[in-house]
Design a binder for this molecule. Structure first.
Ligand code: ZN
Ligand code: ZN
Ligand code: ZN
Length: 354
């Protein structure tokens, strides 16, 4: 994620802020520019003028009143919701104890996912008739998963103690709301970027045949555990359960990597961002990691960065920042994810009338 600064006083601000903690200015996230915008109160109540764009009148998304959103929308938008909250199909009953806090955590994680999808240039709605849009059900006592474009997240996943219990139960090295959302969004984009894009044949060469009985494969995985050679073939143990799960896990890792490299560069934590060059791998020119970086350079940046971040994390007595080792075959799969995203974006922009 990019680094944000208050447009008025240059103080560092976070993606989740609604005001600058130094100068008190009202701030909101503008999904059309992917920037934190400075807001000037307008004459009408709850309306603001964008300080950087002439004439733009905006208001906060309706979910701002629950402190669950800081995104903006055009004033009088009929949905009353920002483009990210508009993807919600179900939210938990806010009258029930603990649900509002859980929902806020889920919204924060979801905003980060949507930010990445927008930076990648991916549509939030399938261009294929009847496929619908990426949608979310945040509900209690449900199984976290994906079906026909709808992502279901159990409210309990926002409970840190419960999440840790589940992490240990499934012997996972990492479990986070953002990780779930990235994984589940992969199932939605499989249909768009692989199946509808005619990439199934290439997909099968790398991931295997997804026509294998899905429910039987998952039942086998939960009963017998992962394949004994999973660490040599897959990005995670769960990825070995079925080709669709392999894709979703690989997709999630691709989003982890791109966002982490982008953030490290923005924060000046990467040698390249300091203008240091280590041979041809660290060009001086800044590249948009989400749009322009080649896969080879992306991974050449990620490997030393993730090792450095693991060391930093251990300094504080935490577990590894990125507790995974990517085996060689999994890089080819990550490369495939990279390629199908890029070709979809090229295709999408190719259709646009200039
Ligand atoms: Zn400020
Ligand atoms: Zn919103
Ligand atoms: Zn899955």
């Amino acid at each position: 994620m990019k680094n944000f600064a208050c447009p008025k006083c240059s103080n560092k601000i976070y993606f989740e802020n609604v005001e600058c903690l130094k100068c008190g200015s009202a701030l909101g996230f503008d999904a059309t520019t992917l920037q934190m915008a400075l807001l000037v109160p307008a004459a009408e109540p709850h309306r603001y003028k964008l300080a950087d764009r002439s004439g733009g009148t905006v208001e906060y998304c309706q979910n701002a009143r629950y402190a669950a959103c800081n995104w903006l929308m055009v004033a009088n938008d009929t949905t009353g919701l920002c483009p990210a909250c508009d993807l919600n199909r179900t939210i938990p009953n806010l009258a029930e104890l603990g649900n509002i806090e859980a929902w806020r955590d889920m919204e924060q994680a979801k905003k980060r996912l949507v930010y990445s999808l927008l930076r990648l240039g991916l549509p939030l709605v399938s261009p294929v008739e009847g496929r619908g849009k990426l949608a979310f059900d945040f509900v209690r006592n449900a199984t976290t998963g994906h079906k026909d474009g709808v992502i279901t997240i159990d409210v309990l996943e926002a409970d840190a103690v419960e999440r840790e219990r589940q992490r240990q139960r499934f012997a996972e090295p990492y479990r986070a709301l953002l990780g779930h959302l990235r994984h589940e969004s992969g199932h939605f984009y499989w249909a768009l970027l692989v199946e509808d894009a005619g990439m199934t044949k290439t997909f099968r060469k790398l991931f295997g045949d997804e026509r294998e009985d899905y429910n039987a494969a998952l039942a086998r995985h939960h009963k017998d555990g992962p394949r004994s050679d999973w660490a040599q073939q897959f990005v995670s143990a769960y990825a070995s359960a079925h080709p669709w799960e392999d894709w979703a896990e690989t997709w999630a890792h691709y989003l982890h990597i791109v966002d982490a490299v982008d953030t490290a560069e923005a924060e000046g934590m990467e040698p390249r961002s300091q203008g240091l060059s280590f041979g041809a791998l660290w060009p001086f020119r800044r590249t948009d990691v989400y749009r322009d970086e080649s896969f080879a350079t992306l991974t050449n940046r990620w490997i030393p960065l993730s090792a450095a971040l693991n060391s930093l994390s251990r300094c504080m007595g935490h577990g590894d920042f990125y507790p995974f080792v990517i085996p060689e075959p999994a890089y080819a799969k990550l490369n495939f994810v990279h390629d199908v995203i890029r070709s979809s974006v090229r295709h999408h922009h190719g259709l646009r009338v200039p």
